[in-house]
Design a protein around this ligand. Structure first.
Ligand SMILES: [Zn+2]
Ligand SMILES: [Zn+2]
Length: 424
C-alpha cells in the first residue's frame, strides 16, 4: 500500500484544519473526535487558534514501522517551522515560543481490508465492507461502521534534535560579540595612543577609528575562523544541551523505550513503545479537551479535573517517563509521566498562557495483544455483537448489557499534575 499521498499532504491538511478547514482526509474516527473536541474548546472561549506546520522535506519521512498482522503501524516525521497563535476579537492574545518542531504522524494500514466482508446485524445481508459505507444496502440500517484503511491514527510534535535556528543564532551572536569586543579594544587603544602622543581631538578620533578597524577586523577574522572550526560546534552543542535538553531528552526516551519494552513484552510480545506513546498522548488530549469528563469512558476516576477545562492546547515535550507496571487480576497497569506544555485560557484577562507541566498517568487494560483495529467510536457488544460509540456510553443500546472498555483498550485510571514548572 502506498502511503505517499498521506505523507505528502497531512502536514498541510493539519495546518488547514487549525485555520478552520476540514478534517485531514484520512484521519481515523478517534483522531477526528480528538481534533473536534479541541476545536470546540477553543471556540467556546471565543478564540481562534492558528497552528502552522511548514515542513522541510517534500513528504513526511518514515521513521518507524511495526507489523502485527493484518495491521502495519508506520510512524513518519518531518522537521517543521512551527507556529501557534491565539486570537480573540482580532487581537493576538497568546503565542507559543515553540518555533521548531518535528511532526510525528502515525499511519495504520490493514492488509486484509480489500476482501473483507461485513454482515448486517439487522437482516443478515453479507457483502464487501466497502458496500456498507452508507448503511446496509439491503435494509438501510446504519451502524457505526468499522474504520477504513489506511488511516492516520494520531499525531504529535516533539522538539527537533538539532535546532537550525539556534545554531545560526549562535554563529551570529559570536560575530557580534567579537565585533563589539574589537570596537571597544580599538577605541581604548586609539585613545591611549592619542593621549601618549599628545594628539588633539581630530587626531584622537582618527587614531581611534584606525585602531577600531585594526582590532575589529582582526578579531572578526579571528572569530570567523575560531567559530567555524572550533567554537561554533562546541558552543552550539553546549547551547543545545543547556537550553533545550534535547540531547538528554532523546537519551531519556531511548532508556524509557528499552525498559518499557523489556517489561511489557512479558505480557504482549508485540508491545510497541511508539504506538503506546501516541495512545497516551491522544488519551491525554481526549480527557483534557472533554466537556463531559464525568461520563467519559476513557477516564475512570472521580476527580473532575476541572482545571483542565481551560486547556486550549497541549504540546508534547518529547519525553514519556516510564515509572512502572503491574498486573492484578489480569489487568495490566502502566504508570508513566508525560512532559508537556499546556496552553491555558485565562477568563479574567482574556489571554492564553503557556505552562510547562508534568502529568503522572496510570493506564489500564486487560492483559492481551494490542488491537490496532480498535476504535472506541465503533465497539462491538460482547453479547449481541451490536456496534456502537462507547466514548460516553457503557451500556449496549441494542441489548442493554454492560460494556467494559478495559476489556478491549486502554483506560486512564488516574491523572495528576505532579510538577508545574519542571526542569527539562
Ligand atoms: Zn441489513
Ligand atoms: Zn448488545
Amino acid at each position: 500500500m502506498d502511503y505517499s499521498q498521506i505523507r505528502k499532504t497531512y502536514t498541510e491538511e493539519l495546518t488547514r484544519f487549525f485555520q478552520g478547514g476540514p478534517y485531514p482526509q484520512r484521519a481515523s474516527a478517534d483522531l477526528r473526535f480528538g481534533l473536534d473536541c479541541q476545536r470546540n474548546r477553543v471556540t467556546k472561549y471565543g478564540l481562534t487558534m492558528q497552528k502552522k506546520f511548514e515542513k522541510d522535506g517534500a513528504e513526511n519521512e518514515k521513521s518507524y514501522e511495526h507489523v502485527q498482522y493484518p495491521y502495519t503501524y508506520t510512524l513518519t516525521k518531518n522537521h517543521c517551522d512551527y507556529e501557534t497563535d491565539f486570537y480573540k476579537n482580532g487581537a493576538m492574545v497568546g503565542r507559543s515560543d515553540i518555533t521548531e518542531e518535528t511532526l510525528y504522524t502515525g499511519i495504520l494500514n490493514k492488509q486484509t481490508q480489500g476482501q473483507e466482508t461485513y454482515t448486517c446485524k439487522n437482516c443478515g445481508h453479507t457483502d464487501l465492507l466497502s458496500k456498507f459505507t452508507s448503511g446496509c444496502p439491503m435494509c438501510g440500517t446504519t451502524y457505526e461502521m468499522p474504520q477504513v484503511y489506511p488511516c492516520i491514527s494520531g499525531y504529535y510534535t516533539r522538539p527537533s534534535l538539532i535546532s537550525k535556528k539556534l545554531y545560526k543564532g549562535m554563529m551570529k551572536g559570536g560575530f557580534w560579540y567579537f565585533g563589539l569586543l574589537g570596537a571597544i579594544l580599538g577605541l581604548l587603544a586609539g585613545l591611549s595612543i592619542a593621549e601618549e602622543q599628545g594628539y588633539g581631538l581630530g587626531g584622537s578620533i582618527a587614531m581611534s577609528l584606525f585602531m577600531i578597524g585594526f582590532f575589529g577586523g582582526g578579531l572578526l577574522l579571528f572569530s570567523f575562523i575560531v567559530m567555524h572550526l572550533m567554537l561554533g560546534p562546541a558552543l552550539a552543542a553546549k547551547k543545545v544541551s543547556q537550553v533545550s535538553h534535547e540531547v538528554q531528552d532523546s537519551q531519556a526516551t531511548a532508556a524509557t523505550k528499552a525498559r518499557m519494552e523489556a517489561d511489557l513484552k512479558r505480557y504482549d510480545e508485540n508491545f510497541s513503545y511508539e504506538y503506546f506513546e501516541e495512545k497516551v498522548l491522544s488519551l491525554f488530549r481526549g480527557i483534557a479537551f472533554s466537556e463531559n469528563r464525568s461520563s467519559l469512558t476513557i477516564y475512570d476516576n472521580a476527580d473532575p479535573l476541572s482545571y483542565m477545562d481551560n486547556i486550549v492546547d497541549v504540546e508534547y515535550r518529547g519525553t514519556l517517563e516510564y515509572v512502572g507496571s503491574s498486573v492484578v487480576e489480569n489487568v495490566l497497569r502502566i504508570s508513566v509521566k508525560a512532559y508537556v506544555v499546556c496552553a491555558y485560557y485565562d477568563n479574567a484577562s482574556g489571554t492564553v498562557s503557556f505552562k510547562k507541566q508534568v502529568f503522572h498517568l496510570i493506564l489500564a487494560k486487560k492483559v492481551k495483544k494490542e488491537d490496532y483495529g480498535f476504535t472506541i467510536h465503533a465497539v462491538n457488544c460482547k453479547k449481541c455483537a451490536g456496534s456502537f460509540d462507547a466514548i460516553h456510553v457503557s451500556t449496549c443500546p441494542y441489548c442493554g448489557s454492560h460494556y467494559s472498555l478495559i476489556e478491549d483498550n486502554w483506560v486512564v485510571n488516574q491523572i495528576t499534575c505532579v510538577e508545574t514548572a519542571p526542569h527539562y
